[in-house]
Design a protein around this ligand. Sequence first.
Ligand SMILES: Cc1cc2nc3c(=O)[nH]c(=O)nc-3n(C[C@H](O)[C@H](O)[C@H](O)COP(=O)(O)OP(=O)(O)OC[C@H]3O[C@@H](n4cnc5c(N)ncnc54)[C@H](O)[C@@H]3O)c2cc1C
Length: 412
Amino acid sequence: MSAPAAGPTTRHPVLVVGAGPAGLSAALALRDAGLPATVLERRTEDTVRPGSRAAYLHGASLRELERLSPGLGHRIAAHGLMWATKRSYWAGQEIYTRTYPPSGRDGLPPFTSLPQVATEDMMVTACRERGVRFHWGVEVKSAGTSPDGVRLADAAGREWRADYVIAADGSRSALRSAISSPLEGPRSENTFVVVDLDDDPAHPVPVERVFHYRHPGVGGRNVLIVPFAGGWRVDLNLLVNDDPDKFISPEGLRRWIPRVMPASYGERVRWVSTYRFAQQVAARFTDADHRVLLTGEAAHLFAPFGARGMNSSVPDAVRAVDAVRAALAADGPGRAAAEIGRFAEERKEAARYNRACANAALEHMLAHRPTVWLRRRAAATVAIAGRKAGAWLDSAPYGPKLAQRGAARSSY
Ligand SMILES: Cc1cc2nc3c(=O)[nH]c(=O)nc-3n(C[C@H](O)[C@H](O)[C@H](O)COP(=O)(O)OP(=O)(O)OC[C@H]3O[C@@H](n4cnc5c(N)ncnc54)[C@H](O)[C@@H]3O)c2cc1C
């Protein structure tokens, strides 16, 4: 391969690749640590990014963003929406409801719900205020590491050099490929249809999170309905042999959406997509030279139940910056490498834990295992009278058991 043409000649202490939630968190953390932050992003700044995606932001993420950039957590919370009531149904019959009193540590709510793009836009503004440099329209194509640092080549043939690279370039990460760290793990057998609906002020719906097991209006398929600022996300859990196209065609959408939402919402589809959710973790979170640090979806992919994707990208990025800062200040290459190695081990363990939680949610919802299927049925029978069984069934969208243990953990 011929050498890349001469490009930006500065050698950076650290470069961030990707301006999604992981990359933007890393940039804010670098500035908080007093380090320069430069972000290379493939998109142009005005590229439209559709879909609500990581709508559900945990209180822990809000607090972390507030710490990195005072005012940011509050700004995001003010733009988001919080529902106080969650409700579950079994075959059309209500089995559980719970309403929480208004609360919030540090004045921040326990969670907020808004489109991912709105959160990212506020993060970009905060980055700018803190002196982060963005290079939009720069696609990293390849990377080479050595004991001294990293050389990146972009699509225009320029070379970028850095001591360390924080890889936040998402699920198809070029950097993950460059360091030969394959994703390991399965993909859900079932397809999920994910639809964003615009609010219809003429037909308001109570602002509640609703989960239906075996919704009678859609042939006994599961349906999760989640409000976010400006709209609704509806996840329809298809059966293994369903043809997804029948559910996402305009006629298909007009047929099933009015059976789970008021009729007018069938005409208010803003975005629709289908997923078979990956449950995958990268084999290694750094390279042999300990110079590239994988974060966010470059490092792991989870089913969205429990909202662990973006919410774990924030601590990935913060921990990566801690490690880079320590490595830059370390007394010798061995100690520097050990700092990065610790990051890689810790965040891989966190990712495996998060995958287990998301997996528990998937298993609970899909009930492919006969034991889960039987337990669910038994719980549904008693849930109408028994609150405990109802609470267990209601935990499906988060992942039962593990999620309860996880609540005690300080970071995802
Ligand atoms: C339907 C759905 C619902 C979800 N719901 C939730 C939720 O409620 N809560 C939650 O926490 N998570 C949720 N997630 C997951 C969440 O969207 C992701 O975890 C999150 O976007 C990951 O952030 P990231 O920064 O790692 O990657 P991305 O958001 O994918 O950002 C990567 C960035 O890198 C750029 N890039 C890619 N390749 C290159 C390259 N070669 N050079 C330069 N730049 C590059 C991309 O353009 C992009 O801007 C959901 C996901 C889906 C699909």
